[in-house]
Design a protein around this ligand. Structure first.
Ligand code: SF4
Ligand code: SF4
Length: 429
């Protein structure tokens, strides 16, 4: 078994023994990856290297807002334009690739992204217990007017939500957000007067210019947004595995003038470049599988921007390079073959898959549990996994699962659910 440790945007790998007790002891500090047997090494690029590569390619590191600039991808060895799209009816033009600030350790990546022309940044009050907002805040102190700043707060009582907004503003070192989202909104939340009042007041008091929601409800929440006329933006999971109905919902929302931000674009798969060729058993093509996945998402004209989690310079380089690029025939084939493999490795519940057959008599929602496991194994963030796990109802937690001899829940995509439950137990029990 291999263990991956993420530190300072560099991923280290270790070989370990198989003792369950040992595994449990390290679960909160390390992410264990069972899937890949091959050697896992990630090229280390720091800010200095990133800038050197950019300068070598003629990149001017200026920060003049909306102007399209040339940047350089070490992956494709091509010059690529930074492309901007209208962000709903906000009047802002967002870079096609935004920055998901959910697992960062310092400010260098954020500065490099802004230098490169990325201007949409998304974080949350809860990410890394507020550290993400604090680190982003250090950058906002001097560069606030160069980006569109979004954060999210969770549901709660009015007073608590208002306090959370004020804390987020303080951490982000700004007195006004561009967009404040309700984190993980459900249909009922959008009819809750207390929640609506908190967001309306924040907008009226100038604590945010726009309000919106992030959600995993791909059906009723988008419809409610269109009906209500209250919200300015929707952040929604959208990736290669999303069923066609999601694209229809996105179009309706965008047609209503609401900004659409795509999240979970990489099918919650691990980000290091190297393992992906191994998963298919052959060599990768011109681009990485993650780049192909992003290109696929950006083919949808109703998506205004996407927010892949960026936690290393390699991610930044990869993601910037896809802007304005179309998927080729070969890449489409590569993506299809790759996704066939990934389908049986990572739960696609967040992309709208509801294909679990059977129901747990004890009420364990396996796809919810899988989502939390994916934050650790896919995103490489144990903190996010634990943070999301804590929000699950007690009935859905892994302690409720008795690992019955015959579980009636079966994944139509061939995911080994008992293996996922074991991973959940190692992480959360
Ligand atoms: S466990 Fe399988 S069938 Fe169930 S939501 Fe996840 S991918 Fe879909
Ligand atoms: S193994 Fe048993 S308790 Fe666990 S999810 Fe399946 S049916 Fe429920």
């Amino acid at each position: 078994m291999e263990i991956i440790r993420i530190e300072d945007s560099i991923i280290y790998t270790y070989k370990t023994g198989r003792s369950p007790a040992y595994r449990k002891a390290i679960a909160c500090a390390f992410v264990t990856i069972f899937t890949y047997k091959g050697e896992l090494k990630v090229a280390k690029t720091n800010r200095r290297d990133f800038i050197r590569q950019g300068l070598a390619a003629g990149l001017a590191f200026t920060s003049t807002g909306m102007v399209s600039r040339k940047t350089y991808s070490a992956v494709s060895s091509n010059f690529t334009r930074v492309v901007y799209r209208d962000l709903g009816s906000t009047g802002f033009k967002a870079s096609e690739i935004g920055f998901g600030v959910l697992h960062i350790t310092d400010t260098s990546l954020l500065h490099a992204a802004i230098d490169s022309g990325i201007n949409y940044f998304d974080t949350a009050h809860s990410y890394m217990n507020g550290k993400c907002e604090e680190i982003l805040g250090k950058v906002m102190k001097t560069r606030r007017n160069e980006i569109f700043l979004t954060t999210k707060i969770g549901r709660g009582r009015q007073g608590k939500m208002t306090r959370d907004i004020d804390t987020s503003l303080k951490r982000l070192q700004t007195d006004c957000l561009d967009l404040l989202l309700l984190h993980g909104a459900g249909y009922d939340n959008l009819k809750n007067d207390d929640i609506l009042r908190v967001f309306d007041t924040a907008r009226q008091q100038g604590k945010t210019r726009f309000v919106g929601v992030s959600t995993h409800d791909l059906e009723k929440v988008p419809d409610r947004l269109v009906e209500s006329g209250f919200w300015d933006a929707l952040t929604i999971p959208y990736n290669y595995f999303s069923p066609p109905v999601v694209a229809g919902k996105i179009k309706n929302v965008r047609d209503a003038g609401i900004a659409v931000i795509g999240m979970k674009n990489l099918i919650t798969i691990p980000r290091p470049r190297k393992p992906f060729p191994n998963i298919r058993g052959d060599k990768s093509g011109e681009i990485t599988n993650q780049q192909a996945l992003l290109k696929w998402v950006l083919e949808n004209q109703y998506i205004d921007t996407v927010i892949p989690g960026i936690s290393a310079f390699e991610h930044l380089e990869d993601d910037i390079a896809v802007m304005g690029e179309k998927l080729t025939f070969g890449e489409r084939r590569q993506l299809r073959r790759y996704s066939e493999k990934a389908r049986s490795v990572y739960c696609q519940g967040i992309a709208g898959c509801t294909g679990c057959s059977g129901k747990c008599p004890k009420g364990v929602e396996i796809n919810e549990l899988n989502r939390c496991v994916n934050y650790a194994y896919g995103y490489g963030s144990v903190e996010l996994a634990i943070e999301n796990y804590r929000q699950l109802p007690l009935s859905s937690r892994v302690d409720t699962c008795k690992e019955c001899e015959e579980c009636p829940v079966v994944c139509v995509n061939g995911l080994d659910l008992s293996d996922n439950i074991r991973k959940a137990r190692a992480l959360f029990a």
